[in-house]
Every structure is written in structure tokens, then in C-alpha cells.
Write a new protein. Structure first.
Length: 290
């Protein structure tokens, strides 16, 4: 099978040619997707149909071990079943009703509107995320997702800033990012989400490119005083989310978008969640050497 990829942004994000991913077991095709991920960092595959089990199986075939220690699991039981690696990205309750404005699950999920990188609060962190759109609102209702290319953002830094960032490490915490919105985990929940440390600049193993690694979960620069560290992280976030580094994806039902969390940030955009259903399923793999 020969796959084609069409770049949609000057720096990153591509659309793939026709392929049925749930039936794709061909080693060469899977290798081609991995190579395209190195080049584009984000790829959309239109018109994909998955059961939950098929989506999980495809993720394992493509990239191995799945991330299951999500923040969502400590807030509420997964309405999708016992498979914790399948994350519910929706505004729907277990009984199928739209979540109320003050529902704790909804308030937790509002954190997805912050620029973030999946599973950076874990070690090993997330590598590929694969988000499949099952039900999406009409285009005029909103609900797009924005992506930022952290490789291009790093490349655009001054030589002096690159030297300043060399060797720095950052503590990532989902408790910190949710607290910035006023959402609080209980002490028992917080114990399940201790956070993790990662380099502020990562070198991507296959391409050799350097990438900024930060997001709303980035809580402090190790060894710096807290205010100066957070000011540096904020400065870098503002730099990396300038329009020239960002692509906005408008979802349609059946889209599967795969992104490399080591090379990108993303955020959900608002939509009328009081009247429109939006149901997506996400699987994230762990950044474990093959």
C-alpha cells in the first residue's frame, strides 16, 4: 500500500490519502505513517470507522504501549468501560445526557481548552495521541482543535535563548494546570497524580530535530525560583503559539487525528456544549523506546 501525505501548513500538519486504518496490518504502511509523523508531527485521516476495540488495537500496532494513568480516571468512572487507555473526550454523561454546566466532569474537561501536551505529567510521557471523532457539532457551533508546532517554535528562538534553555528540566503536573482554572483534586486524587520531570528541550530520536516541551502542565523550572521559572515558561508559551506556528483543525465525523506530543501542543476551542453533542475517543501511547 502506498500512502500519500499532503502538507496543510508551512511547518507541519498533513492530510493522508485514502486508507482504512482499522484493517491496516501491513508493516510497510505502519512504517510509512511513523515516518510521516516524523516529518509532519500531526496527520489527519478522514473517513475512519472504528469500534473502541479496533481503535485500541490500531494504536498498539502503530506505536506499542498505551497510556492509562489519565487525570480523568481519578475524577469519574470511564463511561466507555473498564479500558482506561480509551479516554472519553465528550460532553456526555454515562446515561447519554449532556453534562450540566456545573458537572465536575465538565469542569475538569474545560482544562482541555488550555494549551497542553498529553501525559506530560507522567514518566514515561505520551508519544502519539490518536483522537477519533464519533459525533461532532455543526461547523458553526465550534469545537475545533488548534495545534502548535514546537519544533518550528524552537527553531525560531534566538541563539542566546537556545543557550539559556540548554539542560533545563521542568516539573509537569496536571493538578497545577487544573488549579489555574480553579479546579481542585481531592487529596486522595492528587496522590494518584504526582507529576513528572522532563527536559525543557527535547531532541526527537528519529529526525534529530529539537523541540520545546512545555504546556499548561509545566509547573516549574527545576532549580529556578518559582516566579522566574513560570515567567520563562509563559514567555515560551506565548512565543510558541504565535499564528505562524499554529494550525486549526475543523473536525468532521470519522476523522482520526494523530499527533506527536513530543513535537506539538494542542488545545480544544469552545463550542455550544449546552445544546450540541460532541463525542470523541482518544488513545495515547507512551514514549518508550522501540
Amino acid at each position: 500500500m502506498t500512502l500519500e501525505f499532503r502538507r496543510l501548513h508551512p511547518h507541519f500538519f498533513a492530510a493522508a490519502g485514502p486508507v482504512v486504518l482499522r484493517a491496516s496490518h501491513d508493516a510497510d504502511a505502519l512504517a510509512a505513517i511513523r515516518a510521516a509523523m516524523d516529518a509532519h508531527a500531526v496527520i489527519v485521516f478522514h473517513d475512519q470507522t472504528f469500534t473502541d476495540a479496533e481503535q485500541l488495537d490500531f494504536a498498539r500496532r502503530l506505536d506499542g504501549v498505551l497510556h492509562a494513568k489519565t487525570g480523568a480516571r481519578v475524577v469519574a468512572k470511564n463511561r466507555l468501560g473498564e479500558e482506561e487507555a480509551l479516554t472519553d473526550i465528550s460532553n456526555v454523561s454515562a446515561d447519554g445526557a449532556l453534562l450540566a454546566a456545573n458537572d465536575r466532569q465538565r469542569l475538569y474537561r474545560l482544562g482541555n481548552r488550555l494549551w497542553h501536551t498529553d501525559a506530560s505529567f507522567e514518566d514515561p510521557a505520551g508519544r502519539y495521541s490518536m483522537l477519533h471523532a464519533r459525533v461532532v457539532p455543526p461547523a458553526e457551533a465550534g469545537g475545533d482543535t488548534e495545534f502548535a508546532d514546537m519544533r518550528a517554535a524552537y527553531d525560531a528562538l534566538s541563539a542566546s535563548m537556545k543557550a539559556r534553555l540548554e539542560g533545563l528540566r521542568v516539573r509537569h503536573s496536571i493538578a497545577y494546570s487544573r488549579q489555574t482554572l480553579g479546579f481542585e483534586f481531592s487529596p486522595e486524587e492528587a496522590k494518584l497524580l504526582p507529576g513528572a520531570e522532563h527536559p525543557l528541550v527535547r531532541t526527537l530520536p528519529r529526525s534529530g530535530r529539537k523541540s520545546l516541551y512545555l504546556a499548561s502542565h509545566a509547573a516549574e523550572v527545576i532549580g529556578w525560583n518559582l516566579p522566574e521559572g513560570r515567567l520563562l515558561l509563559r514567555e515560551l508559551m506565548e512565543h510558541a503559539t504565535q499564528p505562524q506556528f499554529v494550525h486549526r483543525h475543523a473536525w468532521r465525523a470519522g476523522d482520526l487525528v494523530i499527533w506527536d506530543n513530543r513535537a506539538t501542543m494542542h488545545r480544544a476551542t469552545p463550542f455550544d456544549d449546552a445544546s450540541q453533542r460532541r463525542e470523541l475517543r482518544r488513545v495515547t501511547t507512551l514514549d518508550i523506546a522501540a
